[in-house]
Write a protein of this length. Structure first.
Length: 121
């Protein structure tokens, strides 16, 4: 929400004293806490967040905070969990070293290629 980059916020909370204890997962349009299914709007940013949580050795809670008033609630929760699991598998397939290398090089086209390959290969 509030146009923040959640991965950056998580990294800053860890950097400034290991202050990240709880992750509340959903998606939204950034103007309000819409409580949408995980990955429904900001899928690439969710992938980035999960990479950083892994890199930061985050071991706290993963909680869903969705309000599926139009969808079946059980299916929405299951779909959110499957998105989180699938994105973790994507990170495994690509390799953390490649993510780390792309970040270190600061090459936006390499980052674009990484995400394209993650979703299309």
């Amino acid at each position: 929400m509030a146009y923040e980059n959640t991965a950056e916020s998580a990294a800053l909370l860890q950097y400034f004293g290991n202050k990240l204890f709880y992750m509340h997962f959903n998606d939204n349009w950034r103007l309000w806490d819409d409580d949408m299914t995980v990955g429904s709007v900001h899928t690439i940013e969710m992938l980035e967040l999960l990479y950083w949580l892994d890199r930061l050795a985050y071991t706290g809670w993963y909680a869903l905070d969705i309000f599926p008033y139009r969808e079946n609630g059980m299916q929405a929760a299951q779909e959110s969990i499957l998105w989180l699991q699938g994105l973790h598998k994507m990170i495994d397939r690509i390799g953390r070293e490649r993510f780390t290398e792309v970040i270190a090089n600061g090459n936006s086209m390499a980052a674009s290629a990484l995400f394209r390959e993650a979703f299309l290969d």
